[in-house]
Each structure stands twice: as structure tokens, then as C-alpha cells.
Design a protein around this ligand. Structure first.
Ligand code: FUB
Length: 309
């Protein structure tokens, strides 16, 4: 009983260390948060869930960007990018990530491709500022359905890009639904350096995210459906990846989850979405939340304690 009480006390202490006021945005529905640490601020790029209260399907026509210097007070900036900014895309502001290289900001996005490719595709936009304006960096999709569908036979496997840059400048993109893919990028960040490769992880659904602490790489992802968050670890960005278990449970009232993990001012954060806004919140009207992330002594991750339920 005593050890149970101690565990409960320490969980409550961890959970209450900061009050993020989850969900952090309440005047709009926000999903698929991708966080970027740049200088003294954190930027969160999110898809805007715009489905009417009575419609249960994704309606996402733009991405949003918010910034904060303290992870508690968030400022919204003007809409920085829409799927229609890519001439070859027809809609669907699905999951995305922004990364900085040499003073330029590259935004890797999931969109619906034009009719001829019948499916989701990955594009990249570029800007001189983390808040935009962003413009299509290639004039064409980076990954289209006809490049990868042979592995899965589905038209929505090219979604959810996450990009990582090594200290030596080598860049990698991971993405996928059902099948996880990766490819090395050229220094220009908009073309491939090599062949597309695959990784098999238990119950991989979507939403890969790479982060690194010390000499360990962590690959977190949405697991099963409704989605939990699971993770794997490796000593190399190219794997092999060793599955380590569940990091977070299904987040309240949303069948998807989509995390980003960052270190900011010496603390680690787990940023995700749930469907917790009362009455109409849910799987198609989601909301971004933040909780702290902690490590065990052996470098594995402690389960996230959600303060958002
Ligand atoms: O928001 C649309 C899709 O739902 C994302 O691309 C997936 O990660 C899931 O969250």
C-alpha cells in the first residue's frame, strides 16, 4: 500500500509540475502538432480541424502556427500555408513538420495529390522565417503514391513526414501509414539522395517522429487503432530500431494521435492531440495538448502522464 501511495504521489508531482492549460488552444480545433525549437521560442505547426459539428470526416483546409517562449502562453500567427499553395495538390492539410537548415525553414506536408496520382502525397514548402510566408519549394510532389504503393497497396501510405538532420549535415525523411519508409535527402532538402527504404515496427500505423538524446535516437509512432503512441530506439538514424513499448495511451476521445517530442530550456515535452473540447470535440475536431516527457536511467522513456483528460 505504501509503495502504491508513493507511486501515486510521484505521478501527481510529475503531472503537476507545470500547468499547460490543456488543451492549449480552445478557439479553434488543432491537430497533428509538430514542434520546432528555434532560438528562444517554440513554434507549433498544426493542422486546422474544420469539420462542422455534425460531420465526422476530416475537413482540413489550412495549417496554423503558434509560438511561445514559455510553453504556456501561445501566440497565433497569420495562416502560413494551405494545401492550395501547392499547385499540384487538391486539399487535405494533413500532418506535417517544419525543420530549419542554414536560416531557411522547410515545411514537409501531407496533402491530397491531383487526380492523376489518386492519393496522398508529400510536398515541401520553404520560407526565410518560421512563421512564413511559405511557398512550394519544388513545384511538384516529393513523394507520390506511385512511388510506394507497391509495398502497401493503399493510396494513403505517403503521409506524415518527419525530417531529421544529423550533426554532419546528412538529412533523412521518415513517413508512412501502415508501412514506415525512410529516405536520405540531398543537402538542398528537397530531393532524395538514395533509394526509399522500409522499416518494420510492431503495429505501426502512422505519425513517426524522430528525436535524439545523448547518443540514442528515438522513433515514436502511432500504434494500432485507436492509436496509442509507441517507440523504438537505435544508435543510428538508419537503424536497426529496437521496439521499446508503449509511451502513451489513447488520448481522450480521439481515435488518432500524433506526437512531437522536443527539448526546450533543458526540459523535454510530449506534444499531442486529443478530442477533449466539450460537446463537439472528438476524432475530427481535435485539440493540441502538452505534457512533460521523462527518461529512465537506462535511457528508455517513462510513460507519459496525461494532464489533459
Ligand atoms: O490529421 C489527419 C491525419 O490523422 C494525420 O495525417 C494522421 O497522423 C492522423 O492524425
Amino acid at each position: 500500500i505504501l509503495s502504491g501511495a508513493l507511486m501515486l504521489t510521484s505521478a501527481v508531482t510529475l503531472a503537476q509540475e507545470e500547468n499547460f492549460n490543456n488543451p492549449i488552444i480552445t478557439d479553434k480545433y488543432t491537430a497533428d502538432p509538430a514542434a520546432l525549437v528555434y532560438k528562444d521560442s517554440v513554434y507549433i505547426y498544426a493542422g486546422h480541424d474544420q469539420a462542422p459539428d455534425d460531420r465526422d470526416r476530416y475537413e482540413m483546409h489550412e495549417w496554423l502556427v503558434y509560438s511561445s517562449a514559455d510553453m504556456v502562453n501561445w501566440k497565433e500567427h497569420p495562416v502560413p500555408l494551405k494545401p492550395t499553395d501547392f499547385e499540384w495538390a487538391t486539399g487535405a492539410a494533413w500532418a506535417a513538420q517544419v525543420i530549419e537548415r542554414d536560416g531557411k525553414f522547410y515545411w514537409y506536408v501531407t496533402v491530397q495529390h491531383e487526380e492523376t496520382h489518386h492519393g496522398k502525397a508529400i510536398g515541401v514548402a520553404v520560407s526565410d522565417s518560421p512563421t512564413g510566408p511559405f511557398k512550394d519549394a519544388r513545384g511538384s510532389a516529393m513523394i507520390t503514391n506511385d512511388m510506394t504503393t507497391e509495398y502497401t497497396g493503399i493510396s494513403w501510405d505517403d503521409i506524415d513526414p518527419t525530417v531529421w538532420i544529423e550533426d554532419n549535415g546528412d538529412a533523412y525523411m521518415y513517413w508512412g501509414n501502415t508501412q514506415l519508409y525512410w529516405v536520405k535527402l540531398k543537402d538542398n532538402m528537397i530531393e532524395f539522395e538514395g533509394e526509399i527504404q522500409t522499416v518494420d515496427l510492431p503495429h505501426f500505423t502512422e505519425a513517426p517522429w524522430i528525436h535524439k538524446k545523448d547518443d540514442w535516437y528515438y522513433l515514436s509512432y502511432a500504434y494500432k487503432f485507436p492509436e496509442k503512441t509507441a517507440y523504438a530506439m537505435s544508435k543510428s538514424i538508419e537503424g536497426p530500431w529496437e521496439y521499446k513499448g508503449i509511451l502513451n495511451e489513447v488520448a481522450g476521445n480521439s481515435n488518432t494521435n500524433h506526437q512531437s517530442i522536443i527539448e526546450f530550456k533543458d526540459k523535454w515535452y510530449f506534444i499531442y492531440h486529443n478530442g477533449s473540447i466539450p460537446t463537439h470535440g472528438g476524432s475530427f475536431r481535435r485539440s493540441v495538448c502538452i505534457d512533460r516527457l521523462y527518461y529512465n536511467d537506462d535511457n528508455t522513456l517513462k510513460r507519459v502522464i496525461m494532464t489533459s483528460e
